[in-house]
Design a protein around this ligand. Structure first.
Ligand code: NAP
Ligand code: ZN
Ligand code: ZN
Length: 350
């Protein structure tokens, strides 16, 4: 048999609602595992791509790169996993394995000819379209799966595979910790995990949200301070404050205003990927040696490190579990910033 057919939810074209479909999954190769997917998180990137907001996309599209499940079958050469193991898959399912970045465990920045193979909206080395986690099963090379610690329930674990690592990696890289003032812009899926992780690392954490509506939750997640960016006084009060600002907002912001909140030598890391380019005044950076940086998810070793860190520190995603028939409604609520704080699909409902 060359493949099996499994159930999934797909967008057939940009802006079309997602609907139930069947898709092929490749036959198990030597080093492949078959994952019985239990939960798939809804990342705002799923919406950007399903709606073709990032340029040309591949349809039909089965989104989903926050995947948690159980190993159901293993190929003959599999050594890391056994049937029944708790595993996760994030934003990529393969990479060249030979470039400097792959060798260093930074597979997300693979510089091979095709770059990393994304979990969906991409084609694999054999030229087949890839389909994501809004489905019942996934076949993946064991090297590109992560082990989910027992301490983290599978539903709360799924969003760590993208949202969790996307915040963990820059927090480690820019050395968030005791004595560092870190601000997180946007208290959504990414942002709320950023607050929890930065707090666990010992940093002094500030949330910069559009309003004070989610203040109580933000403080409970570990924020020390919470400000509404809709209050002009916020920008005056916080001028020159932060060592590190993580921007998780999915829409375009006036970055110049936020750069003003950095102290000398501080860094603003762009994590959100709005549809339109951002513009920056040279004088927002130059007079205080500030940096504007970007960061994308994390490599396999760091993703495992993040899962273990979250298990050790009791960090769980705040989730709302939904059935597959609620995906389209959930998309609308995410776009309206009405998510507390991650929708997770129970794939048994597909
Ligand atoms: P999300 O759950 O929708 O959170 C985004 C938050 O941004 C919202 O909850 C809201 O927080 C704030 N926001 C939304 N619209 C805004 C606006 N017009 N003005 C000001 N603030 C606004 O989305 P997510 O899943 O966390 O993803 C966030 C972004 O990161 C997306 O663009 C996604 O594609 C991107 N992403 C990047 C990576 C990476 O590797 N760099 C990985 C995953 C996702 P408040 O209500 O608190 O203001
Ligand atoms: Zn994502
Ligand atoms: Zn590579």
């Amino acid at each position: 048999m060359t493949h099996t057919t499994v159930a999934a939810y797909a967008a057939q074209s940009p802006k079309a609602p997602l609907e139930r479909v069947t898709i092929p999954r490749r036959a198990l190769g030597e080093h492949d595992i078959l994952i019985d997917i239990k939960y798939a998180g809804i990342c705002h990137s799923d919406i950007h791509q399903a709606r073709s907001e990032w340029g040309e996309a591949i349809f039909p599209m089965v989104p989903g790169h926050e995947i948690a499940g159980l190993v159901a079958e293993v190929g003959p050469g599999v050594t890391r996993y056994a049937v029944g193991d708790r595993v996760g898959v994030g934003c990529f399912v393969d990479s060249c394995r030979g470039c400097d970045n792959c060798t260093a465990g930074l597979q997300q920045y693979c510089t091979g000819e095709q770059g990393a193979t994304l979990t969906y909206n991409d084609t694999d080395a054999a030229g087949r379209p890839t389909y994501g986690g809004y489905s019942t099963h996934l076949v993946v090379d064991e090297k590109y799966a992560l082990s989910i610690p027992e301490a983290i329930p599978l539903d709360a674990a799924a969003p760590l595979l993208c949202a969790g690592i996307t915040l963990y990696s820059p927090l480690v890289h820019w050395q968030a910790g005791p004595g560092k003032k870190v601000a997180v812009i946007g208290l959504g899926g990414l942002g709320h995990l950023g607050v929890k992780i930065a707090h666990a690392m010992g940093a002094e954490v500030t949330v910069l949200s559009q309003s004070l509506r989610k203040r109580e939750a933000g403080l409970k997640f570990g924020a020390d301070h919470y400000y509404a960016t809709s209050h002009p006084a916020t920008f005056e009060q916080l001028t020159g404050t932060f060592d590190l600002i993580l921007n998780t907002v999915s829409a375009n912001l006036d970055l110049n205003a936020y750069l003003g909140l950095l102290r000398t030598g501080g860094t603003l890391v762009q994590l959100g990927v709005p549809e339109n380019p951002v513009s920056v005044e040279p004088f927002a950076l130059i007079p205080a040696r500030k940096s504007l940086a970007g960061s994308m998810i994390g490599g396999l070793p760091e993703t495992q490190e993040m899962l273990d860190f979250c298990a050790e520190h009791g960090i769980l995603t705040e989730i709302e579990v939904i059935g597959a028939d609620q995906i389209n409604e959930a998309y609308e609520r995410v776009v309206a910033s009405d998510v507390r704080y991650r929708f997770v699909i129970d794939t048994a409902t597909i």
